[in-house]
Design a protein. Structure first.
Length: 87
């Protein structure tokens, strides 16, 4: 994902979070109409983030899982043996 795409996704997340916070304040002031409108805006921003990340995911190269190093299980070892393996 390009840096610009990351920035856009972050911007949309911030807009949604701000709209949610503003809706909570409006609701606390019993301004339910404004709170409802701000909640709708937050939902729209969240849906735009979802759509954008899906589109970017389709354009990204497939993820290749690197092989994890193999480790011996530490079950059955004493505490001092586990410490020695972990250091």
């Amino acid at each position: 994902m390009s840096q610009r795409a990351h920035e856009r996704v972050a911007e949309l997340h911030n807009l949604a979070a701000h709209a949610h916070a503003a809706a909570a304040v409006a609701h606390g002031k019993e301004d339910h109409l404004t709170a409802h409108e701000l909640s709708k805006q937050a939902h729209e921003h969240s849906m735009n983030v979802h759509k954008l990340t899906q589109e970017l995911g389709k354009k990204a190269p497939p993820f290749q899982d690197a092989e994890a190093p193999t480790q011996k299980p530490l079950l059955g070892h004493s505490c001092s043996e586990r410490r020695r393996h972990l250091t």
